[in-house]
Structure formats: C-alpha cells, structure tokens
Design a protein around this ligand. Structure first.
Ligand code: ZN
Length: 112
C-alpha cells in the first residue's frame, strides 16, 4: 500500500514538471516546450508575457492578469494599433535612438 502511494506521488511530480515546461498562447492555443538556459533561465523568443494590474475604477479592480501570447498573435494585435508602442523597433545599438517613425509604423502595419 505504501509503495503504491509513493508511485502516485512520483507520477504527480513528473506531470507537474511537464506542465511547467510548456508555454501556451492564451489567444490561439499554440503550445511550445520552453527552452532552459543555465545563465538566463527559461528562454523562448516566440512567447511573451504581458502583465496587467487593474486598479480602483476598473471593472476588474484588484485583478492581476498574466497573459502568455505567441509572437504571431502579438504582432497581429499590435497591427490594430493606431499609434506605435513606445520602444517599438528602437535601435539599442545607436544609443536607443528612435530610427522607426510613426510613418514607418503605419507602413509596417500593412505588411503581411
Ligand atoms: Zn498565439
């Protein structure tokens, strides 16, 4: 009986590790294994996290949302924006100068 319980605990732990290593896009459901790196922790360039904290006056007051979104869905969403987000295509190799203008952004939105 004790032996059986130990097996069940081991299976539960194995399952949790498997779930934690998957990244899932909240919008489209795309799943990808996360890539771990000793120096940087979990690395995955195709997935992004967006954190939103709602405050007083919001319908979601007190909520903290953690959105996982794949890059394809994020780009699709940003292409619906009227104004370019801060930091968009900022040139960090040129002292963070803004090389990309609102006009460039408007042209970029029309690209497929
Ligand atoms: Zn997606």
């Amino acid at each position: 009986m004790l032996r059986r319980k130990t097996e069940w605990i081991k299976q539960t732990i194995d399952k949790q590790v498997l779930v934690e290593s998957k990244l899932i896009c909240n919008k489209c459901g795309l799943e990808e294994d996360s890539k771990e790196d000793d120096r940087h922790g979990i690395m995955n360039s195709n997935f992004h996290d967006i954190g939103v904290s709602f405050e007083y006056g919001s319908k979601f007051d007190g909520d903290d949302w953690d959105i996982h979104i794949c890059e394809s869905c994020l780009v699709e969403f940003v292409k619906t924006f009227k104004w370019m987000p801060d930091g968009f295509k900022q040139d960090w190799y040129n002292n963070g100068e803004k090389a990309f203008t609102q006009d460039d952004f408007d042209k970029w939105k029309l690209q497929k």
